[in-house]
Design a protein around this ligand. Structure first.
Ligand code: AMP
Ligand code: ZN
Length: 468
């Protein structure tokens, strides 16, 4: 596989550190509110990446953190008059529900920042010992960016021409005044009853140290892939590199992948601009998870994606067209078709699809192949050339596409109650197979087919589907 590594600003051949296993860290949500669909664009890109890696034969260990302590969670839990833990719990639960709605595969670990404070304190101690950090007048601990020679390498900041000396306690800040940033924030009245004891008195961690601590705990000091939205690159990821590499004395991450923004009228969709839709807003408008998934996945992750409601409406029609296509394929009954080239076509498309996916997640090429297959197969069907075997190969290929897209639901278009006589025949066939009476089992399969039912042998046993 090949990926565009933001660190080197070039496409690179991907090779994991340890055999076939890919260790990947993705910056997760700050759980102070419902995530908006801009955030979900980033999580869907990461889902695509994860599925693509698996599709190409890798085993993936993915960590997505939950930021349940930072400036914003404190601010909003206080405003709501709810304890921090109870406040963030609600949005964590909502986040997991949203992941399900969007069919995003589960990561292996979802560590919560508040459960990893001791690990963060340990790293800060090392940074103090090694001279990369210092205690400020306000008793907070700061990272001295001037001490880390490689500071600014990811975001390509020209450190020579920076104004030195500025210092920030806030979690987010701009590129123009590169600043020493807080590793540990000494308690102040605004924090209320939110604090942890530390060797430096009571306080709480900065945002950036959370990801350094949790990635190291679950993936080791050096791992393969780190992802996030492009806005995470500075200061968040730059600061993660500075902390981790200074503390551990080795490379932090081999490949950095960042996705571009979902934009509205030329501006990034964001909470602070107020130009956002949550997933729930769109569901309330009648769009389904798979429709929203399709729209957000449909543009290559390194290109900006412009938000319009029409795009969601269009996709409704597209997916309906595919459902109808699958129903027609399920009902193909032409076992002696002449000139059925579907299997060769599927073979070619399959190879090209894998190549597209492996080529920095080339979604446009992958989608073009999906539409090409549908178009060509429709032509075969219309001219009576598509046989049963060909139709099955096409359906199988769409199930294969769905390992990545997870939108087609190839078989659910063909469901319904199974009549008792059909179930009985299916049971008879299972018994015949068990007794190695293959002639009888084949006969029953044909009989079922003539009654309009298709047998599918699944890992959980055979089942029938109606062919409309
Ligand atoms: P946050 O909760 O703000 O830390 O954001 C969570 C993830 O969503 C990060 O990876 C951000 O980079 C990403 N993100 C935020 N806004 C957008 C957007 N409009 N388009 C794409 N990704 C975004
Ligand atoms: Zn992070």
């Amino acid at each position: 596989m090949k990926f565009y590594n933001t660190f080197t600003r070039s496409e690179e051949e991907f090779s994991p550190i340890s055999g076939n296993e890919v260790r990947m860290y993705t910056c997760g949500p700050t759980v102070y509110n419902y995530a908006h669909i801009g955030n979900f664009r980033a999580y869907l890109f990461e889902d695509f990446l994860r599925r693509a890696l698996k599709y190409c034969g890798f085993k993936v260990v993915q960590v997505m953190n939950l930021t349940d302590i930072d400036d914003k969670t404190i601010r909003d839990s206080k405003a709501a008059g709810v304890a921090l833990d109870a406040y963030t719990r609600k949005f964590k639960d909502a986040f997991f529900q949203d992941l399900e709605t969007l069919r995003i595969e589960k990561a292996e670990h979802y560590p919560e920042a508040t459960r990893h404070i001791p690990e963060m304190i340990e790293i800060i101690k090392v940074l103090l010992d090694k001279g990369y950090a210092y205690v400020g007048e306000d008793k907070s601990i700061y990272y001295s960016v001037a001490k880390f020679a490689d500071y600014g390498k990811l975001a390509r900041i020209d450190m020579e021409n920076q104004r030195p000396g500025a210092r920030v306690k806030t979690d987010e800040y701009g590129k123009d005044a590169v600043a020493d940033f807080a590793l540990w924030k000494a308690w102040d009245e605004n924090d209320g009853d939110v604090f942890w004891e530390s060797p430096w008195g009571k306080g709480r961690p900065g945002w950036h140290i959370e990801c350094s601590a949790m990635s190291m705990k679950y993936l080791g000091k050096t791992f393969d892939i780190h992802t996030g939205g492009i806005d995470n690159m500075f200061p968040h990821h730059e600061d993660e590199i500075a902390q981790s590499e200074a503390a551990n004395g080795c490379r932090f991450v081999n490949y950095w992948l960042h996705c571009e923004h979902l934009i509205v009228n030329g501006q990034k969709m964001s909470k602070s601009l107020g130009n956002f839709f949550t997933l729930r807003d769109l569901v309330a408008k009648g769009f389904t998870g798979r429709e929203i998934r399709w729209v957000l996945l449909g543009t290559h992750y390194r290109n900006k994606l412009n938000f319009t409601l029409e795009a969601f409406t269009q996709v409704k029609n597209t997916l309906q067209k595919f459902s109808d296509f699958f129903v027609r394929l399920h009902s193909v009954r032409n076992s002696g078709a002449q000139g059925d080239t579907a299997e060769e076509l599927v073979g070619r498309i399959k190879t090209a699809f894998r190549t597209a996916v492996a080529n920095d997640l080339n979604i446009s090429e992958a989608l073009a192949l999906v539409f090409e297959l549908e178009h060509e197969v429709n032509k075969l069907m219309e001219s009576g050339k598509l046989g049963t075997k060909g139709a099955e190969a096409v359906l199988a290929q769409f199930r294969d596409f769905d390992r990545i897209f997870a939108v087609f639901d190839v078989d659910s278009a063909v469901t319904g109650e199974v009549p008792a006589e059909i179930t009985k025949l299916l049971e008879e066939r299972t018994a015949a197979k068990k007794n190695k009476n293959y002639a009888r089992s084949d006969e029953i399969r044909k009989e079922l087919l003539s009654l309009g039912w298709i047998i599918e042998d699944t890992p959980s046993g055979p089942r029938v589907k109606k062919a409309k």
